[in-house]
Design a protein around this ligand. Structure first.
Ligand SMILES: [Zn+2]
Length: 119
């Protein structure tokens, strides 16, 4: 039993799946309404090479769901190195970049403090 547990753990913890390597998730928070936003960047198609040819630039517009009656676009500009592995520069208008952890934390925060009507 313990053997299979270890085996499963080895597979689960073996880094990201190859299919996901082509995608980069960007997380941001709208400055106006505070809504957490995320967008998927296709590293194969979305980036365009910089004028100097030494970096890849991606522009992504993130729009909220409208649940907070805010339709502001958060414009994210990311600069990747030539390997498209690392973000070397970032610029955001209308909000700020956040981590995946912050995104999840904001998502789990109820918009209004409401008591769950259990029992
Ligand atoms: Zn907003």
């Amino acid at each position: 039993m313990g053997f299979f547990d270890r085996l499963r753990k080895a597979f689960a913890g073996g880094g990201s799946a190859p299919a996901d390597a082509n995608f980069y998730w960007v997380y941001a928070q709208c400055r106006r309404c505070g809504e957490p936003l995320k967008g998927r960047i296709d590293l194969r198609n979305d980036p365009s090479q910089s004028d100097e040819g030494d970096a890849w630039i991606v522009r992504k517009g993130l729009v909220g769901t409208g649940a907070r009656r805010c339709f502001q676009t958060v414009e994210v500009t990311l600069t990747f190195d030539l390997n498209k592995k690392n973000v070397t520069d970032s610029e955001v208008t209308g909000g700020k970049l956040i981590s995946q952890e912050e995104y999840n934390a904001l998502l789990s925060q109820p918009a209004e403090a409401e008591q769950p009507g259990s029992e």
